[in-house]
Design a binder for this molecule. Structure first.
Ligand code: ZN
Ligand code: ZN
Length: 696
């Protein structure tokens, strides 16, 4: 600081004296600027020199300034000076190359390289490193070849850049050639070269070869350890990654933030969340990457609440999250369908200035849709400065899931008009919209367009949508034919779709067929047994009901634990069927009995066909009254803040038919809209109707 101050004083006095300054004084000052890395003073000095039409041109001085500007990434200063230079030598050209390489200005880098009157090995090295450093690996390797053709010997520095380019483009063949050359030329004693080789082999999938090189390195540094640890992670061997981490510590190497975030990822990949937490707690200096790895890890393991908590801690510790962190936290809010948390994170995103980011705003669109607030999603979608297929998919899918099917299809047509290429996810959303609205012909048209117009192969997900659509429109035979014709082996998704649609239509014949396949594919899943048994029960086929029940018992099939949750006062309250663990249990059951009485007076009859057991009617009635979504609704009605509507309930599996009718009645009787998000879609209940039009 003191040094810079003196420098400024010196240059100021130069300005004021107005005398002809000697070359020696300029040289001294320029060298001082370079030593202090003071770009702005150098720039002042340069203009001073030009002002006094300093003659004759001192290429040495100008090159020093040029290098200083290039090093500081001051591209415009460098270009200005370069253009004005009366005489340029190879150093001037190399300085310009370095300025463009540093700023990632690849087109200019190419142009200057081609214009150069002559080149030396520094020119080649600068260009190769510039290309490799900016992910232009193909160009980097081309210049690497040209360098040798032009008779220049690559140095260690050249090899490192070329190996980086091979690693980026996964060009193992070229990487091996370079390795051979290094061995033959007796170069490569340098740790950087060994590291680049290790990294190249690890990235190209030859992890054992990388490990062999690593074990022979006698001057390993922290970078070597990190490369090997991330190599194992990349090659899907998180266990080895953790072993190496332990070895590293035993040998006395200090792990840095890069090591820690890789090891955290490794723990999450093998599900050792406790271990990850322990490691995370002991690191004192946590950087953004460590925090983000931990937050994303939680989110990926269904620990959304922990992800949210940690995000709060991260902000308290004054660590600035990036777009990746924020978008994964927004996705956690979407999974929880927690509008409150989603809005808080949205606010943080605005403060952090990342709400305009493509990834973040797409996640926000998805979050608002998953919370049932499509209006807010639409506002964000409209304000996005740029949109990609993910953003469009979020909005189209959001509309489809919220029963705004025509809006979804409309938006899809707009997407095509903007010349965006739909992907597999887009078509799932579009077909879902057609299913909900029973737009059979539209669905068929969109399905055909997947391969015929967009050149994609329809996936099992798309076929399942078509089976659903055909079945719902009463073309069960065509649905079964489609399954037989499709190029994929039918999986449980296809059969369970067929089974559900058979249950909807009461088609026992095809339902039995679908169920048989499911018993084979997923013998432990109780869902298909229950569904088929319900179909038999509805038809009064009690013998078949009994035989399915014993089959289910013999196969030891387990019911998937159904639960519902509701957010009140920023807290999530979870209920299972006939739950009596909530502190407000008595109030909840009292409210629910009151509601049942009211809706019965309004003409509601509980539909007991949704109960598996062949038991007495009153018993059926009891168990169906206390389904988890009904308990959550009753709790919501007693505890929601005054006037807050709609009531929002989430359920982890599909809503049952009885609860669906019940919600419709309640929405009418108490005049309060209810939003129920089940595993399949959103149900917006209002005035006795549901947005799904009773199809889900
Ligand atoms: Zn129910
Ligand atoms: Zn519905």
């Amino acid at each position: 600081m003191k040094h810079k101050h003196k420098l400024r004083q010196a240059i100021d006095s130069l300005y004021s004296c107005g005398q002809v300054t000697t070359e020696e004084v300029y040289t001294r000052l320029v060298l001082e600027c370079a030593r202090a890395g003071d770009v702005e003073e150098a720039r002042r000095l340069e203009s001073h020199m030009l002002l006094h039409s300093y003659q004759p041109a001192n290429t040495f001085l100008e090159n020093r300034l040029l290098h200083l500007f290039a090093k500081a990434g001051k591209l415009s200063y460098a270009r200005n000076l370069f253009d004005k230079m009366p005489k340029r030598d190879i150093y001037s050209w190399n300085a310009m190359l370095s300025a463009y390489a540093k700023s990632g200005s690849i087109e200019n880098l190419k142009a200057v390289f081609n214009q150069m009157p002559s080149r030396d090995s520094v020119s080649y090295n600068t260009v190769i490193a510039g290309f490799a450093g900016n992910s232009f690996s193909h160009e980097a390797l081309e210049v690497f070849l040209r360098m040798q053709e032009d008779g220049f010997e690559p140095t260690d520095y050249t090899h490192v850049s070329a190996l980086n380019a091979c690693a980026q483009s996964l060009d193992l063949r070229r990487g091996k050639q370079i390795h051979g050359k290094i061995v033959a030329s007796n170069l490569g004693g340098n740790a950087f070269v060994w590291n680049a080789l290790t990294d190249m082999y690890a990235k190209c999938g030859e992890i054992d070869k990388a490990r062999w090189l690593f074990s022979r390195m006698n001057n390993k540094n922290a970078v070597s350890w990190n490369l090997m640890i991330s190599g194992y992670l990349r090659n899907g061997q998180p266990g080895k990654c953790i072993d190496l981490f332990r070895e590293m510590q035993v040998l006395g190497f200090r792990p840095d933030e890069v090591t820690v975030s890789n090891v955290l990822s490794a723990y999450f990949q093998i599900g050792c969340i406790d271990e990850a937490e322990k490691l995370f707690c002991v690191i004192r200096e946590k950087d953004k990457v460590c925090w983000t790895t931990m937050i994303v890890g939680y989110a990926q393991h269904g620990k959304e609440e922990d992800a949210l908590r940690l995000f709060g801690d991260m902000l308290l510790e004054n660590v600035r999250p990036d777009c990746f962190t924020v978008s994964s936290v927004v996705s956690s809010c979407a999974k929880l369908a927690s509008l409150h948390h989603g809005q808080v994170v949205h606010g943080k995103a605005i403060i952090l200035g990342v709400d305009d980011d493509l990834q973040v705003s797409s996640a926000l669109v998805d979050m608002y849709c998953k919370c049932g607030v499509t209006n807010d999603a639409w506002i964000i979608f409209n304000m996005m400065p740029a949109r990609n297929v993910v953003s469009w998919n979020s909005m189209i899918n959001g509309y489809a899931q919220n029963g705004l099917d025509l809006e979804a299809l409309d938006l899809y047509e707009k997407m095509l008009m903007e010349n965006l290429k739909p992907d597999s996810f887009t078509f799932v959303a579009v077909l879902c919209a057609c299913i909900h609205s029973c737009l059979f012909e539209h669905g068929q048209k969109y399905f055909n367009s997947i391969s015929e117009i967009h050149g994609l192969t329809p996936s099992l997900g798309h076929y399942a949508c078509m089976v659903n659509l055909l079945g719902r429109s009463g073309q069960m035979k065509e649905a079964v034919d489609l399954i037989k014709r499709m190029p994929h082996e039918p999986n449980s998704l296809i059969w369970s779709t067929l089974l559900s649609v058979c249950a909807l239509k009461g088609d026992i014949k095809h339902g039995e067929m679908a169920a048989r396949f499911l018993f084979e594919l997923e013998p432990l899943n109780a869902g298909p047994y229950i569904m088929l048994s319900n179909m038999y029960a509805a038809g009064g086929k009690w013998e078949e009901v009994a035989s399915i029940r014993s089959l289910m018992k013999n196969n030891n099939a387990k019911k998937f634990a159904a639960y519902s949750w509701i957010e009140i006062d920023n807290k999530v309250h979870k209920f299972v069927s006939e739950d009596r663990t909530h502190p407000d249990t008595n109030l909840i059951y009292e409210e629910l009995r009151r509601l049942v009485k009211k809706v019965q007076e309004a003409g509601f009859t509980p539909n007991t066909k949704w109960v598996l057991h062949d038991v007495r009617e009153e018993e059926k009635f009891e168990s169906i009254c206390y389904h988890s979504e009904k308990l959550a609704l009753a709790f919501g009605l007693i505890r929601r803040p005054r006037g807050v509507t709609p009531i929002k309930i989430m359920k982890n599996i599909r809503v049952c038919g009885d609860c669906h009718v019940f919600m419709k009645f309640v929405s009418k009787i108490i005049g309060c809209p209810i939003i129920l998000r089940d595993s399949n879609r959103f149900h917006h209940f209002e005035g006795g109707n549901c947005s799904c039009k009773d199809y889900w």
